[in-house]
Design a protein around this ligand. Structure first.
Ligand code: ZN
Length: 431
């Protein structure tokens, strides 16, 4: 039981904002704190737990698929399907770990939550003592189509996670993903109204909910601050002078994270959890370096700020490099991983949650959270608008097309904690 693996934080945060379609959800109320006890007790008779409020009308086919995958896994699989509530989405709440502690058995622990039209989940694989294997997160990262799995119903991703855990467990090959479980592929021919409408289906490739969230957030912003949401025309100054301080920050944190990582690597007898942290830190630092050097940048990856020349990293890339390096340092030095402030990632980490609307919260620094609390919109990280009403002026970065940059699409990792993966994918693909 010493061997324990956490699913990537990305999956936890990535779907923090996710929402579910076919379930009539009432439970906006906070789940009782004894929820882990209830689930653990229910698992004694059935390892597939469905929240009572969700049971009526729950699609049996989904449950059948999950049961079938679980029964052929070769290790115990515990699944809980519950609504997303303020309780279950607490950032620090690690339900699989709490549940595993109650059950006390090795196995795969899956907690999937839903609200509105999306499912999201957290997984924890606990091996029998002494058994080694691959890191579940690594297996998931290597699973190229993993982020294209639909999340409008729970079974596809849960079944895949069980299969990935099997591969992590004993190296068995991953089966093919059924076509019906994948987001439909589309061919691109420039953005159109249809594209905009289908943004979530196609840009996000599995994190579509987040992308559309950014779009929604933008709309919310504009509604909340009419005439103030975008940069004022007087702000036509070049972005260039503002690159220097961010570049300095990136250049300070990248070596700092590198040193912390090297000293972690030198230690002997790292626990599996520390190895996990090390891998995560390594991936973030590598992505930070990629962004800093601008290597492999192409038009698609370069961002829409319009201030990018040749292969020089732009404000989005430098800020992304800084954010990822700071996170790599946090992980390598044994500190808690913090999301950035959504509004301006160059601010202190997003240790607060700022409520944008009734059901939308974003990580924010203390100052920005207080601004939101007062019903105002933080100034935000300003970038050059490429086109549109404010062409040439400065606008908050979140008003850019999320499709153009992984930094925009993920809110620099504040909306979905998979910035490093996306950067690696987008930039490495064109080397
Ligand atoms: Zn802030």
């Amino acid at each position: 039981m010493s061997a324990l693996l956490k699913s990537s934080r990305s999956r936890r945060l990535a779907f923090l904002l996710a929402v579910l379609a076919f379930l009539p959800l009432t439970p906006a109320q906070a789940a009782p704190p004894e929820l882990p006890d209830q689930i653990a007790a229910a698992w004694r008779s059935d390892r597939l737990y469905v929240d009572a409020a969700m049971r009526p009308g729950f699609p049996q086919a989904e449950l059948t698929r999950i049961r079938s995958a679980a029964s052929s896994a070769g290790f115990p699989v515990y699944v809980a399907l519950i609504p997303r509530t303020p309780y279950t989405r607490q950032e620090r709440l690690d339900l699989p770990t709490l549940l595993q502690a109650r059950v006390g058995e090795p196995g795969l622990y899956l907690v999937w939550t839903a609200s509105d039209s999306y499912w999201s989940g957290t997984a924890k694989l606990v091996r029998p003592a002494g058994l080694a294997g691959r890191n579940l997160t690594r297996v998931q990262l290597d699973d190229k189509l993993d982020n294209k799995i639909v999340n409008d119903r729970p079974a596809p991703k849960i079944v895949r996670t069980i299969q990935q855990a099997g591969t992590a467990y004993d190296g068995r090959p991953l089966p093919e993903i059924p076509v019906g479980d994948l987001t439909p592929e589309r061919t691109r021919s420039g953005p159109s109204t249809q594209d905009k409408e289908d943004l979530s289906a196609y840009v996000g490739m599995g994190t579509g909910g987040l992308i559309s969230f950014v779009v929604v957030l933008t709309l919310v912003l504009r509604r909340r601050r009419p005439g103030r949401a975008a940069g004022s025309p007087k702000a036509r100054a070049s972005v260039e002078p503002r690159l220097a301080p961010v570049r300095t920050q990136a250049d300070r944190w990248i070596p700092k994270a590198g040193r912390a990582l090297r000293s972690l690597e030198k230690r002997r007898n790292l626990t599996t959890e520390q190895l996990d942290l090390r891998d995560d830190a390594t991936a973030r630092l590598a992505a930070a370096r990629t962004l800093r050097t601008g290597e492999g940048v192409d038009d698609r990856a370069g961002g829409t700020a319009g201030d990018r020349t040749a292969r020089a990293p732009d404000l989005l890339a430098l800020t992304g490099a800084f954010v990822l390096a700071r996170q790599a340092f946090q992980l390598a030095s044994g500190n808690d991983l913090q999301p950035p402030c959504f509004f301006d990632p160059t601010h202190p980490s997003g240790t607060q949650l700022a409520a944008w609307s009734d059901d939308t919260e974003v990580p924010a620094c203390k100052t920005c959270a207080e601004t939101v609390q007062r019903g105002k919109t933080p100034h935000g990280l300003q970038v050059k608008a490429k086109t549109g009403l404010f062409g040439g002026g400065l606008v908050p970065y979140w008003t850019l097309d999320p499709e153009e940059s992984p930094m925009v699409a993920t809110g620099f990792g504040a909306l979905s904690d998979d910035l490093a993966e996306r950067v690696t994918r987008v930039y490495r693909g064109v080397r």
